[in-house]
Design a protein around this ligand. Structure first.
Ligand code: 13P
Length: 252
């Protein structure tokens, strides 16, 4: 049985002080929660500070991006080693906002996955289709291709540290989440793809989580699906009470 992973992606929101206030509240609200892995991805500037605040709590920290090189003349970039030293265990890779606004390609995503694993970080690899692709019936081919390319060159042993996040782009920040059935169908297809690519033992701990307008009022029905192993939450992770309610989802 996989332990669900609920991650909050704060995107480009919160100063250090705002982040500290939020995490102090969240630490209280999540006291005693041990059946779910709760993860927060704050801006880079807050990570180290927050690492002290989450130290005695079950909350883990996550980068929102990384560069694949260890160090060097890459102004403005952050390496996997830097994220580890700041206190991260996870890193989000290939979020649709990075793919769209910063032109990240599947090849770059793959290099980032490799770099993260080398440094001991657990990648949360994002995939998802646009509204146009959904309407043209391209969802499955798009997400399967993204997953295959992201995992190129990975042996089975690495899969225990990988989480796939299915985030339909039309559902991000729109208030329109995929229905639990729609999401389940895609997750099931991705699970089958992992079975084709790797042996059962390698992927038994690989989580496939859902993202896109996850809120306190839809998390329970999403988590009731057999192939949804958690959630990647944007807007609702910026309110401690809402995020805590999502982490404490109730299985139906
Ligand atoms: P929202 O939950 O705001 O739709 O964002 C989802 C997301 O992009 C998480 O990475």
């Amino acid at each position: 049985m996989l332990i669900p992973l609920i991650a909050g992606n704060w995107k480009m929101n919160t100063t250090i002080h705002q982040g500290v206030d939020m995490v102090i509240k969240l630490r209280e609200l999540l006291r005693g929660v041990d059946s779910v892995e709760a993860v927060l991805a704050p801006p880079f500037t807050s990570i180290h500070h927050l690492s002290h605040i989450v130290a005695d709590s079950p909350i883990k920290l996550c980068g929102q991006n990384l560069h694949w090189e260890k160090s060097g003349a890459y102004t403005g970039e952050i390496s996997a080693e830097m994220l580890v030293s700041a206190g991260c265990l996870y890193v989000i890779i290939g979020h649709s906002e990075r793919r769209e606004y910063f032109k990240e390609t599947d090849e770059m995503v793959n290099k980032k996955v490799m770099a993260a694993l080398r440094a001991g970080l657990r990648p949360i690899v994002c995939v998802g289709e646009t509204l146009d692709e959904k309407e043209r019936g391209k969802t499955v081919s798009k997400v399967k291709s993204q997953v295959k390319k992201a995992l190129t060159g990975l042996t089975g042993g690495a899969l225990k540290d990988i989480t796939i996040a299915y985030e339909p782009i039309w559902a991000i920040g729109t208030g329109r989440n995929a229905t639990p059935q729609e999401a389940e169908e895609v997750h099931n297809t991705l699970r089958e793809l992992l079975f084709e690519l790797y042996d059962t033992d390698s992927i038994k701990n690989t989580r496939i989580i859902y993202g896109g307008s996850v809120k306190p009022d839809n998390i329970d029905s999403l988590m009731a699906q057999p192939n949804i192993d958690g959630a990647l939450v944007g807007g609702a992770s910026l309110k401690a009470e809402d995020f805590a309610r999502i982490v404490k989802f109730q299985s139906e």
